[in-house]
Design a protein around this ligand. Sequence first.
Ligand SMILES: O=C[C@H](O)[C@H](O)[C@H](O)COP(=O)(O)O
Length: 223
Amino acid sequence: MTQDEAKAAVARRAVEFVEDGMRVGLGTGTTATMFIRALAERKPKIRCVASSDASFNLGAELGLDMMTLNELPEIDVYIDGADEVGPGLALIKGGGGALLREKIVASAAKRFVVVVDSSKVVECLGKFPLPIEVIKMALPLVLPKLEALGLEPKQRRAKSGDGPYLTDEGNFIVDCFVGKIADPVMVAAEVRAIVGVVEHGLFLGMAQVALVAGEDGVTEWLG
Ligand SMILES: O=C[C@H](O)[C@H](O)[C@H](O)COP(=O)(O)O
């Protein structure tokens, strides 16, 4: 099974977590995009909130009833990918730069189902660089503080190579090359305490279910 086939398999399985009448949170990224497409094919009678402009626009284009969090502040299920899934369904997210809105939408959901291929599952978080969203003017203050924590920060550049990457909220992303995050709770608290940090990509105690696609098909893990 290729990585794309695995992503497609979890995306299809995730659709089973959605029932007519539900309020559904749509994630961001390649796996979430496959989920949104698979969901829209079923023409469900649901209302949706998206975690990025890209997912909002895709949902609207495919005919889903897209709303804002203002219109739909409570969500039954949020379905999204992740960059790493560690013990206890602790996650690193934000490889696609959407971590802030993703965490907001996930926090509004009764249930968060994370959908990944098995290459994302790790014994210890941190091989994937930890994304941190930073207010633009605070960057020169935040970078040395992240360095002092030993997090090896590097500002993300736009994919076009033309200038810095900007999130949907107009902030910078700093990727931290940590290697191993032995104590994610402590790292989350230390990073959050830095003035100018808007949010970080550690999603701890948020996901209740993981759908993991590997050679044996899709397995369901509970957090
Ligand atoms: O900001 C992006 C998100 O956190 C994505 O859900 C994450 O990067 C996983 O993306 P993909 O499904 O493309 O690997």
